[in-house]
Design a protein around this ligand. Sequence first.
Ligand code: FES
Length: 578
Amino acid sequence: MPRRKAEDLRSHRWFGATDLRSFGHRSRMMQMGYAPADWAGKPVIGILNTWSDLNQCHQHFRTRAEEVKRGVWEAGGLPLEIPALAVSEQYMKPTSMLYRNLLAMEVEEIARSQPFDALVLMGGCDKTTPGLIMGALAVDLPSIFLPAGPMLRGYWAGHTLGSGSDAWKYWDELRAGTITEDDWKGVETGIARSWGTCMTMGTASTMMSAVETLGLALPGSSSIPAPDANHARMATAVGRRIVELAWNDERPSRLLTAGSFDNAATVSLALGGSTNAVVHLIAMARRAGIPLDLDRFDALSRTTPLLANIRPSGTYLMEDFYYAGGLRALMARLSDLLDLSQRTVGGATLGEAVAGAKVFNDEVILPRNNPLKPDAGLAVLRGNLAPDGAVIKASAADPKLLCHTGPAVVFRDYNDMAKRIDDPDLPVSADSVLVLQNAGPVGGPGMPEWGMLPLPKKLLRQGVRDVVRISDARMSGTSYGTCVLHVAPESAVGGPLALVEDGDAVTLDVPGRRLSLDVPEAELARRRAAWTAPPAHYVRGFGLLHTREVRQANEGCDYAILEGAADLRMRTPEPEIH
Ligand code: FES
């Protein structure tokens, strides 16, 4: 790619012109202590930092931003750090997913309105990754994603703990009476003991890996544990490299193809990644103007072996994955299933990026002839209960339940479920199918991670540890169980899930890719005619925008007004600013 001249940079209009406006820009840079030598003839790099005191996974980002800046200065750019919505998986209610698209909008407007030639996107905690990438794809400026990296392994009383997964597990044991309150406090103290993202193969690890596979992060960067000194050096390397991308105008649209998204989906599946990746990758692909749908995931899942032995599907954690060789090593083992000609922000093709990568522990990254599962186990289900599709992570389910018919126990919303789930009189057995309504993109709102419905206490005490659960919600990547998710269309907009009543026979047939409500059509028509929408959650503000604009899960839950390919207007050299 030919190197651009300084006058061709977008920032030149702010700093290089000789008019009154650029006088204002330069004088105000000097107000902040910068000298002309700091900006003249240099690309301006926006470092979008999703740090906050309430994003537990990004606590190292203040330091990492400085390390990125060091790299930008070294390479002859001007680094300018900008805060972006620090969507926190733990603290934002009702769900962080409600704010993914708000972060994407913010990235788009930050980049559009200010003098940036290229972006470093600092994220990792669940929705920050897709939010940052969706925004960057919309504006199509040269961009590198800087993954926060996973936290260290959790530890309690001789046990290795995985965030999320072991919280659910020990919570069930506490409710079943098999561990004490003191034990539970010990788990609380040890389950998250460093900065960094969840270290199971949850949404964070899945999406950071997927973005590296897409080619939008430096090769090898997504697997480095957050506290490792290699992570700091990687941040500086990102700073150096983004300056090159700015000079060469290496935009995402010049890197991404349908092959990149197939690669990202394939790697997510081989990792046993979160079902959330399906929603996020579809949304990202649509932003890039590249077709990707549920059926593509089902097809890729059938031919992709599950090679990463990481919780919740397997045994180990992300720290082990890094020591075993990390994502590059896993991709090397999958190379015949990947399009290795895809280019990456590192400058090499994916094939060059993974060449020579070795696996150092075959227990963690399994050989092709001994996979954890011969196929990745993500299935897309359809039927009269999910005409537009639903997904199940079969690799995290009890195999005995993958073909199952049972009577429905219906909860009309989350509060109803929370109130009745442990009622000793709840008519529930190990054969029951738990159904949660009104937990989708509109109904939740924001499609919260409520899809792993808790097991009723009375079943836990009988030793039951899994039952079939169906909802229009999502599920944390750290969750597990026979959970049918993302049912579309959702119940809050009148999807068939809204019509299920207690005692109805529901059939789950994962090998046949079927999800059906065994109720005569005439009876369903009667129920449909009597159905009324639940009360609206919002009458104003962002929530109302969300309710009006959000698409269903099978379309990625983006907003109709935000979809589409890059907005080229932002590169016109006449920004209306003062
Ligand atoms: Fe941040 Fe899990 S809470 S990645």
